[in-house]
Ligand binder design. Structure first.
Ligand SMILES: Cc1cc2nc3c(=O)[nH]c(=O)nc-3n(C[C@H](O)[C@H](O)[C@H](O)COP(=O)(O)OP(=O)(O)OC[C@H]3O[C@@H](n4cnc5c(N)ncnc54)[C@H](O)[C@@H]3O)c2cc1C
Length: 395
């Protein structure tokens, strides 16, 4: 490849994770010339479930259906869940959501991140106007009034009218915009793995709030569960040092044996937990979406869902401006995206931090508030509906 080769795009999407690929798919019908850059291809799974899964809510599902990606996910594998059960281990507070009570077929799906990416990639690769530039790593970006340029490590130079930063928590696009994301650590990490339990999961997403952090069991279609166990860093080190048998015993006990004992456990992985939010999402010809703009605690499984909503919203704003023959990459157009998304994203970030605090403290007063609060919500129709709408993304 020649050092000086330059390709001009209308839109360059830095990062082909869930968020970046969703944006590409949602812009497909505009006819804009789009390039999606990622440094690595999503891995094809073998028999075992991948460790990274996302609880995809109904709002995200609508987006996946609209861009034609959901059927490709179903052809691989998706795991529907119809109930959600959340409880406080230090008290009697609990809350239960049932899709049947809400007149819905499911509350959402647990889908491996790789499956989501591969399905979105299927859609991208069928489009004559989208180039999947992968594997290709971004070396540097030049972002100013005069130009929007990306240099890849293989020497290629790409230019665009709009660069979308979908390159995750350590975004190079964000850095090139001169925007800082102050990420506050929760001093916790999440252990993730796949487990088989003695009792069936009943297509229910289970979440227990322990004083040490939340523990989720997410139902998978083969009967196993994907777990996300948030713990203080020191305790994570201890748990990771245990052999499978001792780890399974600790996990089953912490989960109060709701699904009986834990029979088998896959290799485990650890992810750091923190939160942060940029003040500005856009500048002329540049927009940040997904984890590049905001990070939240995974306790309610909403990070990817927020990114998907960002992508759908940005695509809509661009398409509307194009149709109205306005300058679609200009600041005044992009600000509409920022205005529509920032409030929801901030609300979710602060709600998650509030939950983390409320459930991470074992004082008697907070325990009582939690018990009263959870049970009151569980019995109050409209309030419960408000909570479930937020979880489903339909608020
Ligand atoms: C333990 C855990 C559980 C979670 N569970 C859920 C859940 O149930 N539901 C949910 O909605 N969310 C969940 N989340 C959050 C969710 O995983 C993230 O919010 C989501 O994956 C962010 O997607 P993204 O595309 O914005 O960023 P990323 O997934 O980080 O993707 C960024 C992409 O950019 C590429 N990239 C970065 N730099 C470069 C470069 N220099 N050159 C080329 N490519 C580059 C990367 O390769 C990557 O593919 C969870 C998070 C954790 C940690």
């Amino acid at each position: 490849m020649s050092e000086t080769m330059t390709t001009n795009y209308d839109v360059l999407i830095a990062g082909g994770g869930i968020t970046g690929l969703t944006l590409a798919c949602a812009l497909k019908h505009t006819g804009l010339h789009i390039g999606v850059i990622d440094q690595r291809e999503p891995q094809l799974f073998e028999n075992d479930y991948a460790l990274r899964v996302s609880a995809i809510n109904r709002a995200s599902l609508k987006v996946f259906h609209a861009v034609g990606a959901f059927e490709y996910m179903q052809q691989r594998r998706v795991s529907p869940f119809s109930e959600m059960h959340v409880w406080d281990s230090s008290g009697v507070g609990q809350i239960h959501f049932d899709s049947a009570e809400l007149g819905l077929d499911t509350l959402g799906y647990i889908v491996e991140n790789n499956v989501i990416q591969l399905a979105l990639q299927d859609v991208v690769q069928q489009s004559a106007t989208i180039d999947w530039l992968c594997p290709a790593a971004i070396e540097s970006l030049a972002i100013n009034e005069a130009q929007k340029q990306v240099r890849l490590t293989d020497g290629r130079i790409l230019t665009a009218q709009l660069i979308a930063g979908a390159d995750g928590a350590r975004s190079m696009v964000r850095k090139a915009m001169g925007i800082e994301l102050v990420r506050k650590s929760y001093q916790q990490q999440a252990i993730v793995c796949t487990v088989e339990t003695e009792l069936g999961h009943q297509q229910t997403a289970w979440q227990c709030f322990l004083p040490s952090g939340p523990l989720a069991f997410l139902p998978l279609a083969d009967g196993s569960c994907s777990i996300v166990w948030s713990l203080d860093e020191a305790r994570v080190v201890q748990m990771m040092a245990l052999d499978d048998e001792a780890f399974s015993a600790q996990l089953g006990e912490s989960f109060e044996y709701r699904l009986g004992s834990v029979k088998t456990v896959s290799p485990r992985a650890v992810f750091p937990l923190g939160h942060g939010h940029v003040d500005r999402y856009v500048q002329p010809g540049v927009a940040l979406i997904g984890d590049a703009a905001h990070n939240i605690h995974p306790l309610a499984g909403q990070g990817a869902n927020l990114g998907i909503m960002d992508a759908a919203c940005l695509a809509e704003v661009v398409a509307d401006a194009l149709q109205a023959q306005r300058q679609w990459s200009a600041l005044h157009s992009l600000r509409k995206y920022e205005r529509r998304r920032k409030g929801d994203n901030r609300l979710m970030e602060s709600t998650m931090t509030g939950f983390k605090y409320l459930f991470g403290n074992s004082g008697p007063l907070l325990t009582e508030i939690r018990n009263i609060g959870l049970n009151a919500v569980d019995h109050a129709g409209p309030v419960k509906r408000m909570f479930i709408n937020q979880a489903l993304g339909e608020y």
